[in-house]
Write a protein that binds this ligand. Structure first.
Ligand SMILES: *Cc1c(COP(=O)(O)O)cnc(C)c1O
Length: 464
């Protein structure tokens, strides 16, 4: 009998290393001041552990680097394109494969084709670039998360699911002819990287079929989602994850992907679908904005690395380590009494700053204050998902409280080891000893559009 080891090790060894940005607390104090308490303004070399995003920040394998060297850079019909196309067709089953430089380019093209005024796109939850592209086309993006998604403390296996009954009421109210598409985001990035069950995908597909609405997957983290199905959904424990992923795609009429996530590359994406009318229109726009059909804004070497990454990401030892390391971070934080979205998501952990720092009022940006404290104490960079990112402004430009105050700790793929994660947990342990010592912030200036990227802040005058 095989022994069952408790320790889940990184299923790789390291061939090429980069130094981390070591700084002193005093240096970080000054850096924060110069950066106007906005972590987007900090140079990466001054960051020790960078958990800002898992997008495009992963480490490629030796096989992928090998692919980079043999990439075919022909303008038309490159061998690397056919490797890319074959891999995506085999995985997703869709007939038309359109390469793009990243996920949002697929969204821009798709919603230019099918969006427009008076139309509604429905989803479990739109990711923010998806929402922006839907709205830019003139259409409305409407979310239907399940209720348990909004109860952060109470664990549930599939908090990424869509509320099918609410979706159905909406379809009846607005009329199916005004709804050109339903989107299932897997995993559900905006609500904590939570998975969607196969049962829910089937229910949404059945609803859409009945009303003649196509269903697409926004599949940036399809492999993580498939692995969660294997772990948590009845009947899938023995099923290879590749087959689970293929079953997810079989339910859909099309998909798009930010390859910067589960294709284990630093840039790239694709749109894949069966509808020839839509794909013909999409290809026109592709040539206008991205490039010819067989490269779509990418180098041949990028296409090669994506083809290899899409295979590697479905290796179960990788997924076991990936999901386990997010869970390990979440468990470590909970042990220190730090409230998180429970259970942890696939690509990271979301800390509930509203609950952790109840003494800081929303207008003093508790999640941003926590993100700054994490950097000051430990050199860790994270991202605020709260009032600074999503708060509406009143007519004097003042921020109104957003419904949630979260700090996202996104884990880059294959980049950090368990000791790095242990360190992050230790820094939280220090903060958890005296949360009241963390002070609020106030805005000095902030633009109207996407304020969190460039806003300038300072410590609040009132010790709030
Ligand atoms: C990252 C992401 C996108 C956008 O992709 P980019 O490559 O960043 O343009 C779209 N949807 C989801 C779910 C994502 O996570």
């Amino acid at each position: 009998m095989e022994h069952e080891w408790k320790t889940i090790i990184e299923p790789f060894k390291i061939k090429s290393v980069e130094p981390l940005g070591l700084t002193t607390r005093e240096e970080r104090h000054n850096i924060l001041e110069t950066a106007h308490y906005n972590l987007f303004n900090i140079r990466a070399e001054k960051v020790l552990i960078d958990l800002l995003t898992d997008s495009g920040t992963g480490a490629m394998s030796a096989a992928q680097w090998g692919g980079i060297m043999v990439g075919d850079e022909s303008y038309a019909g490159a061998r690397s394109y056919y490797n890319f196309e074959n891999e995506i067709k085999d995985l997703t089953g869709f007939a038309e494969v359109i390469p793009v430089h990243q996920g949002r380019a697929a969204e821009k093209i798709l919603f230019t084709v099918i969006g427009g005024k008076g139309r509604y796109i429905i989803a479990n939850s739109h990711f923010d670039t998806t929402r922006a592209n839907v709205e830019f086309s003139g259409a409305a993006a409407v979310d239907f998360p399940v209720k348990e998604a909004l109860d952060f403390d109470k664990p549930a296996p599939f908090k990424g699911n869509a509320d099918v009954a609410a979706m159905e009421r909406f379809i009846k109210e607005k009329g199916a002819k005004n709804i050109p598409l339903a989107v299932m985001t897997v995993t559900n990035n905006s609500l904590g990287g939570q998975p969607v069950s196969m049962e829910n995908l089937k229910a949404v597909q059945e609803l859409c079929r009945r009303h003649g609405i196509p269903m697409f997957l926004d599949c940036a983290r399809f492999a993580e989602n498939a692995y969660f199905i294997k772990l948590r959904e009845k009947g899938y424990a023995q099923c290879p994850v590749r087959e689970i992923a293929q079953e997810m795609f079989e339910l859909a009429d099309g998909t798009w992907m930010s390859a910067k996530k589960d294709a284990l590359v630093n840039i790239g994406g694709f749109l894949a679908l069966n509808n020839r009318d839509w794909s013909a229109k999409a290809r026109q726009l592709l040539i206008l904005t991205e490039g010819f059909n067989t490269y779509g804004g990418l180098a041949g070497r990028d296409l090669e690395a994506i083809a290899i990454g899409l295979r590697e990401v479905l290796e179960e030892s990788y997924l076991q380590y990936r999901i386990r390391s997010s869970a390990y971070l979440g468990e470590g934080l909970l042990k220190h009494g730090v409230p998180i979205i429970n259970p942890p998501g696939g690509h990271g952990v979301y800390v509930n700053a509203k609950k952790f720092l109840p003494h800081i009022k929303p207008e003093n940006f508790p999640a941003q204050a926590l993100a700054c404290a994490l950097y000051l104490e430990g050199g860790i960079r994270s991202v605020e998902i709260g009032t600074l990112m999503f708060g509406k402004r009143d007519k004097n430009g003042r921020f109104q409280a957003a419904p949630m105050e979260l700090v996202r700790l996104a884990i880059p793929r294959r980049v950090y080891t368990q000791s790095h994660i242990d360190y992050v947990i230790e820094v939280f342990g220090l903060l958890a000893k005296n949360p009241a010592g963390i002070k609020g912030l106030e805005v000095v200036e902030a633009p109207e559009i996407l304020p969190h990227f460039t806003a300038r802040l300072k410590p609040a005058e009132q010790a709030a």
